[in-house]
Design a protein around this ligand. Sequence first.
Ligand SMILES: [Fe+2]
Ligand SMILES: [Fe+2]
Length: 276
Amino acid sequence: MRKNIPPSSLARDSRFHRRDTEQRMSDRRNTDVEGHVDPEAEDVAERARRRMHGIFVGEIQALEGAGRTAFDFGTDEVPYELKLDMARQCWDEARHCEISVKLAEHMGGELGEYAEFTTLFEAACHEDPVFRLAGVNRALEGLAIDVFTQMREFGEIMGDPILAYCEDFMLADEVTHVRMGSRWLREVTKNDEQRRKDALAFQRVVDGLFNFQGQRGEEDDSPIRLAREFRRLAGFTDDEVDEIAKMSEESRSATSERNSARHAFDASFAGQSSSA
Ligand SMILES: [Fe+2]
Ligand SMILES: [Fe+2]
């Protein structure tokens, strides 16, 4: 079987509409809308369905990514126990796929209703297994911890015990997956400080992309709230969580400066055309 397959080789039927990360980030609608599942919003049902679809395709790619990492590297490159952990993760992610697709239906959604972004699998294609663990298990599954914690709460607020229960169940597994990432990153690089630093830098790049222009934070009304307690259980230090919060804050102020400049420009343009 071929090793290190590219994201374009993922097996999908005609219901799926694939977009890569470059397309995702160049389309402002994606960074704006994916954020907030606000119980008060008029279109809350649509937002929740969109979020659930995103979770579902993330689960498929998490299954595929963990499967590739178990297969792509020999025991001369990674410890056998790391491969066993990846195999266990495949088992969990397969269950999450089933749960998510049923939840999506439960919420009135349909498979293929939204685009599938291949970011997670792209991070799982790195040639260095340690970078995969940093980018996927720590950055993206860390994001899953934030998202599932918030969706569990959303289920409780909306009086939907099925949603709340399922999110709680998946959250427990994601904490385990992030902890696997934290453990193996530490162990595999224990004699290679530079490799660890580089992998953590890759993790920061992925985390930076998924702050959604600063929408991730610790305030109650943050579109995506950092789940500090669960991240701690998963091997994140408080400094690491602080760093994600800080990056997000910087990106939020940069976005708001950009928006003010744009509004000022639009206002002056409107003034010119009305006086013309
Ligand atoms: Fe999962
Ligand atoms: Fe996971």
